[in-house]
Design a protein around this ligand. Structure first.
Ligand SMILES: Nc1nc2c(ncn2[C@@H]2O[C@H](COP(=O)(O)OP(=O)(O)OP(=O)(O)O)[C@@H](O)[C@H]2O)c(=O)[nH]1
Ligand SMILES: [Mg+2]
Length: 297
């Protein structure tokens, strides 16, 4: 592992200006921290800030209590300036990941939901379309997905399938394979989880123990882990930058993202309609049967 001072210096002095990405019009990297509620997204953001800037530990991104809060503690899509080139985004976490919340997760990941405003789940395609087309947004951001998953939760085969779909869509939306952060690393079987994420095609997987308000005594190993993650993130950007021709301009990428999220929203709307029609048909059949039974009495 690289020397701590070196790592810090590299991250602090990193600038998009000299890269191909800047020539294409990208102005900053948005590290899009996402995942289910209570898995440690806000704590991960606090840990990155603390490892890079030091000082006294501050809970900048407010943490949930250990038992969690229904609907998630962080309800805004909140941004934190880390360096001139990097902004961290604490996206609203999703719960059981029904279609509507998943759709919202994609809208946040695609930067189609304004920063620093309350995130509200939209229930219909019409509302979704209105929110996406009306929201003011910055399409000059390069979006880098970071997916947070707690080791404490383990992963069943159903969630593994859902996770794969979500992470692959995240890759299509942003152009980057998500970086996986396994939080609460001592609270479960980290080896198995790491293997499961590899099996669904993930490459960069980092087990961490976040700095939290309960436990934030600095250690060189912890600092190195968080700084190395940032360093790897910049490395990914550099790699994609070297192949910038495979990336569209910020405007083209933005339009692609709008289309993709609206497509997902449309499919979900059709599924909801199908379900509604089926329920109505079932109800009608039941009423008809009751009527028939009455007449034959
Ligand atoms: N032991 C341990 N506890 C952690 C770790 N990360 C977070 N926690 C604790 O887990 C709880 C939830 O963490 P948060 O960072 O608030 O989780 P979140 O994903 O932001 O939650 P929402 O905002 O509700 O979506 C808090 O009590 C944290 O102190 C970790 O790596 N290890
Ligand atoms: Mg939070």
């Amino acid at each position: 592992m690289e020397d701590l001072g070196n790592l810090k210096e590299k991250i602090l002095s990193y600038s998009l200006e000299s890269s191909e990405m800047a020539t294409s019009g990208y102005k900053r990297i948005l590290v899009q921290v996402c995942g289910q509620t209570g898995h440690g997204k806000s704590s991960f953001i606090n840990s990155l800030i603390y490892a890079l800037h030091g000082g006294t530990f501050k809970v900048k991104a407010s943490e949930a209590t250990a038992t969690g809060s229904q609907g998630g503690h962080t309800r805004q899509r909140k941004s934190y300036h880390l360096t001139d080139a990097i902004t961290l985004v604490d996206n609203r976490g999703f719960g059981k990941a029904d279609n509507c919340e998943k759709e919202e997760a994609y809208a946040q990941l695609g930067n189609l939901q304004p920063l620093d405003e309350e995130v509200v789940w939209q229930n219909s395609f019409k509302e979704r379309m209105k929110a996406i087309t009306e929201a003011e947004r910055n399409s000059n951001d390069l979006l880098l997905p970071v997916f947070i998953y707690s080791v404490q939760c383990g992963m069943g085969s159903k969630s593994k399938k859902e996770m794969k779909e979500f992470l692959k869509n995240a890759q299509k939306l942003t152009g980057f394979l998500p970086i996986i952060i396994l939080t609460k690393r001592y609270l479960g079987d980290v080896g198995t989880l790491e293997r499961q994420f590899k099996e669904i095609g993930m490459e960069r997987i980092f087990p961490v123990e976040n700095y939290t308000s309960e436990d934030h005594i600095k250690t060189p190993e912890k600092d190195k882990t968080f700084l190395s993650i940032l360093h790897e993130a910049l490395d990914l950007v550099k790699f994609r930058g070297d192949a910038a021709s495979s990336f569209g301009t910020p405007e083209e990428e933005h339009r692609k993202r709008v289309q993709m999220v609206l497509n997902i929203a449309h499919m979900n709307e059709m599924e909801r309609d199908k379900e509604k029609n089926k329920n109505e048909w079932d109800k009608e059949q039941e009423e008809k049967k009751k009527e028939k039974d009455c007449r034959s009495m």
